[in-house]
Design a protein around this ligand. Sequence first.
Ligand SMILES: Nc1ncnc2c1ncn2[C@@H]1O[C@H](COP(=O)(O)OP(=O)(O)OP(=O)(O)O)[C@@H](O)[C@H]1O
Length: 582
Amino acid sequence: MDTHDIFRQLTAGVRFSKKRPVFNPKKAQIIAKEELPKPAKVAKLVEEDTATKQFRLLADNIGGNNATDKPKRKKAKKQLSPEQLEQQQREEQVLAIRKEHSITVLGKDVPAPITSFNELDAVEYKLLPRLKENILSFGYEQPTPIQMQALPVLLKDRALMACAPTGSGKTLAFLTPIINGLRSHRTTGLRALVLAPTRELAQQIYRACIELTKSTGLRTHIISKASEASQHYGPECKQKYDILVSTPNRVRFLLQQQPPLLDFKGIEWFVLDEADRLMEEGQNNFKEQLDDIYAACTHSQKRVAFFSATYTVPVAKWALRHLKNLVRVTIGVQNSATDTVQQELLFVGSESGKLLAVREMVRQGLQPPVLVFVQSKERAKQLFEELLYDGINVDVIHAERSQHQRDNCVRAFREGHIWVLICTELMGRGIDFKGVNLVINYDFPPTSISYIHRIGRTGRAGRPGRAVTFFTQDDTANLRSIAQIIKNSGGDVPDYMLKMKKVKKSEAKMRAKKPLEREDISTKIKAEKLPLPKEFDKTKKPLQAGSKQLKKKETGKNSVNGKLSKPKAPAKEKLKKAKKAK
Ligand SMILES: Nc1ncnc2c1ncn2[C@@H]1O[C@H](COP(=O)(O)OP(=O)(O)OP(=O)(O)O)[C@@H](O)[C@H]1O
């Protein structure tokens, strides 16, 4: 495989604008010159249709025609030496394993996949016996496909960009090589950094790390409160940790203190979980924070690994620019939903139809635990108020709740005290609740990436799951792409959905940034929609010009002394009167 091929394959699925240069070789100083394609070749690549390119590359790889994977067959005429024959057989075996587990690899000299954790005892990996015991204590019979391929790649100190379906065991795939690489505790300070987009996910990774490091002596820490961090990391601090798990904002905050409260000069492992989310640019996104953090990790030998179930252009670009010796591993088809989830799209007519649909599902018998996704914290609160009195154990989690409340909520859901958890996008990524039976997308996901992650909260680790996505007339813009995802993972969708007009890129972007405005979630009768009772009108005197009441009517606000007050609902008045009469 020549350099041109490597670049072409690493950028599979990446769509470059013709206006902006795709890849500026001058900027990519870190990559060795010979690894870079010539600008003219890049331009040619840009013009290639992305979908065709992706399809061809996947077909090539899975079918084994990839130059990386292809066993070097000698010409039939030439007699093979026993060693050559053995080598050829080994290569064919590797290909067969990758094909069986839908593993696609891109890069030079990619290590062979393992099929059992026992293979990690080999001299080339030198897995710590204690670490292996910890892995086996989870009761896993064999590595998952991402573990099969990512473990050897990372244990051989290669940079990795890994894409594998939700719930496929990526956490173990990145924690094991870190722990094995660090081996034992040192008092020199932090040597590994794992970043995740939410605190809940960081907590989950932290807990997994504590389990995996048992009896190894390695110390892991999670930054729970930035304000307390000075005690743990300040220059005079005696107690040092080896591994730090956190969200980017807390880390950057500590780095920015004077003097900085974190020292990343010793970071040998830099791992991003949900890398595509962390690389998102724009307001309230992590990219800027990430750049600062990466710049502080100045160790010359640091290993970098990105993991996610989905990948986007910025991640591929960044990896190409910054990482040497890069391997890309994809399990199945990139950016696809896990095939263990039975997916349904349900037309509910209108916003009120959604509540009816949820209640109907409850009436028919919901199998908890159930996760319900809505698009905002306001809507999460509204839905919670609606379902609170429906006789189901329901709770709600969103960014406005305190950290303590969020932790309690997650714990109660994990322990089965809460059956239905209403949540926002906050819980969409990475969270591993065991045995979630159903995900309801109450509000249509803003992007197909969000859809893949949300429904991936069920159907994890090979278990079956179900996801129901409500849609109304307002959601049809994104319907086509999500119907396509369902079809790609083996589900049934009506033909008309797949034939719907593609949304413009600009519109898709806008929808991703700004969710649709929706009617409030409420079954309460709206006062303003009720006709005024007749007697109310008859007894009313005409309003005087300049009177408070008339002003209120003109402005449409119930303003008393400049403050907003609740409108007095005629229906409520009527109800009160009726009660008094009783
Ligand atoms: N080898 C294995 N065999 C069986 N189960 C496993 C194995 N490795 C991990 N698991 C289990 O699979 C579940 C999902 O793992 P994990 O949370 O790492 O998934 P993920 O790929 O990171 O998902 P997401 O993309 O949603 O973050 C966990 O409950 C974990 O215990």
